[in-house]
Design a protein around this ligand. Structure first.
Ligand SMILES: [Cu+2]
Length: 205
């Protein structure tokens, strides 16, 4: 039965467009698309890629600029030390300057401007340090067992603390209050309870 309707009946093979070898292959996920991706970038795509690339260059250059200017880098020196030697130093420091105890931990008030020891070990930072506002101290930090992370809150100072290395961090507390230290490097089953404390005394600004 003949019909003049073009939508009626089987495909004729005539008409515009590339030849199809069947509709199944067109939609198959097993076959690669026919170079549809091989088209030039659109104007929007080109614009955003340029912006992203230029921004990358700005940030990359900025790393070096920010390292040189401003207070982005905390001055820090490090030396080798035997964990046992460090533990002995801490012991002597606590014996000399302990003024009390707080939740079982020794509270130490070293003289202003002195060297101050802070030991990280599973699972505490000891001792509790009581410092004076606007005085500069050298904080001597090390670990006597595994790697820890020293994170001073809420000022967000962060340091790696590795056994065998002594880190010397110069600090000048500029506000009074209690500043908890938390360990931010997983160090064992008690990691989540590993804390310490720095108390800063002095007149409020
Ligand atoms: Cu830890």
């Amino acid at each position: 039965m003949a019909s003049d309707d073009p939508n009626d009946g089987a495909p004729t093979g005539k008409g515009p467009g590339p030849a199809h070898h069947g509709d199944d292959t067109e939609l198959s996920t097993l076959l690669p698309p026919r170079r549809r991706w091989w088209t030039a970038l659109g104007p929007d795509e080109r614009r955003w890629l340029t912006i992203a690339f230029v921004w990358c260059l700005i940030l990359f250059t900025g790393m070096y600029v920010w390292m040189g200017i401003g207070d982005q880098q905390t001055p820090i020196e490090s030396y080798r030390i035997e964990p046992d030697d460090f533990a002995a130093e801490v012991e002597a420091f606590v014996d000399e300057h302990q003024i009390g105890e707080r939740e079982g931990a020794a509270v130490v008030a070293p003289p202003p401007g002195s060297d101050v020891f802070l030991q990280a070990n599973q699972f505490a930072f000891r001792p509790v340090l009581q410092l004076e506002r606007d005085e500069t101290y050298r904080l001597l930090v090390s670990s006597t067992d595994v790697q820890h992370g020293l994170s001073l809150q809420p000022v967000n100072l962060n340091f790696q603390v590795l056994p065998g290395y002594l880190y010397v961090i110069e600090i000048t507390p500029d506000r009074t209050g209690e500043f908890p230290i938390i360990c931010n490097e997983y160090c064992g089953l008690g990691h989540h309870v590993m804390t310490g404390l720095i108390v800063v005394d002095g007149e409020e600004a």
